[in-house]
Design a protein around this ligand. Structure first.
Ligand code: GLN
Length: 341
């Protein structure tokens, strides 16, 4: 129950950090093509998991839909399967909205106002809010995500929503459209999330009107994307905040590394530790079946497959990501023994 803020006092020399980056390159395009095709064929027949139905429109998804996209930090891409199909972004919006907020308020305030630790609880947990004195612990679970959305610049909900939609579209490199049906279908979810927002407000941990902030949050979850869009968005975070396809600077490099940090701590909710242990790359999942992973300096990987495990993470997406993290050398914790010179 104690507040752990000592790390705020740790100095961080951004200039020094900028000159020593511990990343490499993706393998040659031909190798990427072979590995992605193999991953697709290998996990296509997997029948585990269940399509989310707590948001009624999502239950219409076919368990067979399956797509993979890799976009390198230089903008080269390879994709396979259902790559044209659009689906609502859901929680995969959270790291990108956090990125916009971090850019707007600065990383020091973003951490102070939202938190960056893991919750160890499901994404929609109220218990996590009650048990932690800081109330929101991470912008990638609903409580912290709604608080993040409440911090998006703009004096009205409409301003904030415009900013979110424009910002996420810049990450994707094209104008993302809003799915009215998904939004309408989230009315019960929206009500539950309003409960979280009111609780946060009572603790002084929300920065805008609770119902309006929740509405903008529900809208952001209802933006339609393809698996290719998600990979471009992820690749932007892998490329110091510059969209590798459009060349546009969306956020700064200092923001990107903070976003990846919160993805590592809570991107796959209460299973984030397992994810890092197995896959070793920051990731973010959403209940429509999308998962993005960001290999800093190398590129973004996105998968789309609606059947989910009990924590709400796409089953095929996790399998593909683990396979490709190995095959493409994405695991940040992997090393090989160097020979003594
Ligand atoms: N809109 C959904 C919700 O708030 C998003 C959840 C998710 O993708 N994990 O419940």
């Amino acid at each position: 129950m104690t507040r752990l803020s000592m790390h705020e006092q740790l100095p961080l020399d951004e200039e020094a950090a900028r000159s020593s980056i511990s990343t490499g390159e993706l393998p040659e395009p031909s190798e990427v093509i072979v590995a992605v095709t193999e991953a697709y064929e290998r996990f296509r027949a997997n029948r585990e998991g269940a399509v989310a139905d707590y948001i009624p429109v999502l239950a219409e998804a076919s368990p067979d839909w399956f797509g993979i996209s890799v976009v390198g930090a230089r903008g080269r891409s390879f994709e396979i399967g259902d790559v044209e199909r659009t689906f609502s972004i859901q929680s995969v919006s959270k790291p990108f909205v956090f990125a916009l907020v971090c850019e707007a308020v600065g990383d020091v305030d973003a951490r102070r106002l939202l938190g960056v630790n893991s919750t160890g609880f499901p994404f929609d947990s109220l218990v996590a809010v009650e048990l932690n004195l800081d109330r929101t612990m991470n912008p990638l679970v609903n409580a912290g995500a709604i608080a993040a959305t409440s911090l998006v610049p703009g004096s009205t909900a409409e301003d904030k929503w415009d900013r979110v939609r424009e910002g996420l579209s810049r990450f994707a490199g094209r104008e993302l459209s809003f799915n009215e049906r998904v939004y309408a279908s989230e009315s019960a979810t929206n009500l539950r999330n309003q409960g979280i927002a009111h609780l946060l407000q009572s603790y002084g941990r929300l920065y805008f009107d609770p119902d309006e902030a929740t509405d903008v949050y529900t809208r952001q979850c209802s933006l339609d994307v393809t698996v290719h869009d998600l990979a471009v968005m992820a690749s932007t975070l892998a490329n110091g905040g510059v969209n590798p396809v459009t060349g546009e600077a969306v956020v700064g490099p200092g923001v990107c590394r903070r976003v990846l940090a919160v993805m590592a701590t809570a991107g796959l909710y209460e299973l984030s530790g397992d994810w890092l242990y197995e896959v070793g790359v920051p990731g973010k999942s959403g209940v429509s079946g999308g998962i993005v992973t960001v290999a800093p300096g190398k590129g973004g990987l996105a998968t789309f497959s609606p059947p989910l495990d009990v924590a709400g993470n796409s089953v095929r997406g996790q399998l593909v990501t683990k396979y490709l993290a190995e095959r493409l050398g994405l695991n940040l914790f992997a090393s090989v023994t160097v020979s003594k010179g």
